[in-house]
Design a protein around this ligand. Structure first.
Ligand code: ASP
Length: 299
């Protein structure tokens, strides 16, 4: 049995969160491939690293640029210091700054959050770092190139038992080697592609909630968690406005019959929600979940 584990930004927002992630991964040898997002919010009004990177890219003045660039660097240096890692990202920061001066693309810049976080996580776990640009290929419209990716990524994973592969980006499938990002939240998609090509049995998607709730907690008090849901039900809930996984993250694993297990990094013992093709046992509730699409709601 083997597993892919994807961690969202809040699961990797600072050194304390990294320690929780370390415990989760090291407690189960089957957790072999790790897909990190960029560091997310540490508190309510904090800025996600990916959003900082957008600000860096669109900075209008030199001062603005340096302000955001320094904030971005601080986020990573704090994590390295907090974990007492013997590594430096100085060269990486230098490369990014030079790339910006030489007209780097938006996709290149905004993907650096996952890239740098992946470097730190690989060092911390002592896993191999696989740059997503070498194994994940994306067309100009942001769709993953199934044929090219599956061939190269599956070969790479076959010979790499434990690895960190940053989420959210790959390179253009035209052979140019240019970095191309998925749409926002795209690390979910990377996790799914890695799960398919690593031929794993389970895709664990670690986040900051203990699974999907049967109703919106802003409308219904303390709703139950959905323990098991089918891919079809999930699609209906997403369509109705329940914000869950990235919509393109279902297809690669569903086709291979790999379930997705949504788990909470902050409460790893909670059962979470398991997404499967079909359920054979009697469900806990007649209705799996209720969602409302605010755009469709009549006033
Ligand atoms: N960091 C990217 C975002 O904020 C991708 C991801 O987290 O999945 O959208």
């Amino acid at each position: 049995m083997s597993k892919v584990v994807k961690f969202g930004g809040s699961s990797l927002a600072d050194a304390t969160q990294f320690q929780k992630v370390y415990e989760i991964i090291k407690s189960d040898q089957e957790r072999r491939y790790v897909v990190p997002s960029a560091p997310g919010k540490r508190f309510k009004d904090d800025t996600k690293v990916t959003d900082l990177l957008y600000k860096i890219f669109y900075a209008k003045t030199k001062n603005e640029f340096h302000l955001y660039f320094d904030q971005m660097k601080e986020r990573f240096l704090d994590i390295i210091d907090g974990l007492h890692l013997d590594m430096s990202l100085d060269d990486e920061f230098q490369i990014i700054q030079e790339a910006l001066e030489n007209g780097a693309s938006e996709d290149y810049i905004v993907s650096r959050g996952e890239y740098l976080n992946g470097k730190i996580l690989a060092n911390y776990l002592d896993f191999v770092f696989i740059d997503a640009k070498d194994v994940i290929f994306i067309d100009k419209d942001g769709r993953y190139d199934v044929k090219k990716t599956d061939k190269i990524l599956s070969q790479k994973l076959e010979t790499t038992p434990y690895a960190v592969i940053p989420g959210f980006y790959g390179s253009l499938n035209d052979g140019s080697g240019q970095i191309k990002a998925f749409s926002r939240g795209g690390s979910d998609v990377t996790g799914s592609i890695v799960a398919k090509n690593g031929k794993v049995d389970l895709y664990e998607n670690w986040t900051d909630v203990s699974g999907f709730l049967i109703a919106d907690p802003c409308i219904v008090k303390n709703p139950d968690v959905i323990e098991t849901i089918t891919y079809k039900e999930l699609r209906e809930l997403s369509y109705m406005g329940a914000s869950v996984l990235h919509e393109n993250s279902v297809f690669p694993v569903r086709k291979e019959g790999i379930p997705i297990h949504v788990k909470n990094t902050n409460c790893p013992e909670d059962p979470g929600t398991l997404i499967v093709e079909s359920t054979c046992h009697k469900p806990a509730h007649v209705i799996t979940g209720i969602a409302v699409n605010k755009v469709l709601r009549l006033s």
